[in-house]
Design a protein around this ligand. Structure first.
Ligand SMILES: [Fe+2]
Ligand SMILES: [Fe+2]
Length: 301
């Protein structure tokens, strides 16, 4: 497998360049990068106690359709236990503060992808021993977006090809940043950042490899769902919930994502919370896509 090459520079939130553009991510480069990190001096703090993360999360789950997805209070207690155990190093937490101040939708999205992926992982991987430790901390999956200029990140019209490429840089940038902060390029949270846009049918990026990690697949589905149902600057009118689930159903039909993650998401969208094994997928398309929606649309430079 060929190594990844950085398409743009990777910088920390305070503008310090970790790697220039065009760097090949060999094991030697990554080890050297880790050795430069002063992470033993970073404080490790509970995520939920940082800033207003706890209060904001409780507000965000009240927005439809999350008010239905998170309507089982007993289940919410289980999830809360996982959330409360999540700890992160200070610079990673500071990236959340950066997004909250500069790109609120990415802040809200980061928290909701975390909450939803914990919920889906609890359902799909009930015996997974490490859910309460490090494995599902997806709140930093988009941390690499601190390396994307805000005028691209917050653009309200369709992206050009080169802007789209710059946005895609966030996966590799996130991997580099988290490898640096954790002093470990094998760290699973860093791998989440690198691989959350890889797909089961190899149609994703940055490497176009087959997504075979169940936890990262769960995070990818939470990521896609949240992107569809919540407003963005370039799409102030969102997909209705049914259209979003239908869009993800089409991805399962194409083999891009797995059926069981989709079924778990559909089950959570029902008030009675059936087992995901009992969900049968309707072929009928009734959802309403927003008019003039520019999600995924790219224009020439
Ligand atoms: Fe992403
Ligand atoms: Fe995301």
């Amino acid at each position: 497998m060929t190594n990844i090459i950085t398409e743009y520079p990777v910088k920390t939130v305070d503008g310090f360049e970790l790697l220039p553009e065009g760097t090949e991510l060999t094991v030697e480069t990554l080890l050297e990068l880790s050795s430069r990190s002063p992470s033993e001096f970073y404080e490790i703090l509970p995520l939920m106690d940082y800033g207003n993360v706890r209060q904001d999360s409780l507000i965000f789950i009240k927005y439809p359709p999350y008010n239905i997805v998170f309507s089982d209070l007993e289940q919410n207690q289980d999830i809360l236990e996982v959330l409360e155990s999540a700890k992160l190093t200070l610079p990673v937490l500071e990236s959340l503060a950066y997004f909250k101040q500069n790109d609120f939708q990415t802040y809200r999205h980061s928290l909701m992808v975390f909450l939803l992926s914990v919920l889906l992982a609890k359902i799909l991987l009930p015996d997974h021993k490490n859910l309460s430790t490090n494995t599902i901390i997806s709140v930093s999956h988009d941390i690499g977006k601190i390396c994307v200029p805000l005028e691209i990140l917050k653009k309200s019209t369709p992206l050009t090809k080169s802007e789209h490429k710059y946005i895609q840089h966030h996966a590799v940038a996130g991997y580099v940043l988290l490898s640096y902060y954790f002093k470990d390029h094998e760290n699973f949270i860093a791998k989440i950042a690198r691989d959350h846009h890889e797909r089961k049918d190899k149609s994703g990026y940055p490497r176009g490899i087959e997504q075979s990690d169940k936890i990262i697949e769960i995070i990818a589905v939470a990521d896609i769902y949240d992107a569809l149902i919540m407003p963005r600057l370039y799409r102030p009118i969102v997909y209705d919930n049914r259209a979003a689930l239908e869009e993800i159903t089409q991805m399962a039909e194409r083999g891009t994502i797995g059926w069981d993650v989709l079924k778990a998401l559909i089950a959570q969208n029902r008030m009675d919370k059936p087992s995901y094994h009992e969900i049968s997928i309707s072929k009928e398309r009734r959802g309403v896509k927003p008019k003039g929606n520019s999600w995924g649309k790219i224009c020439d430079d």
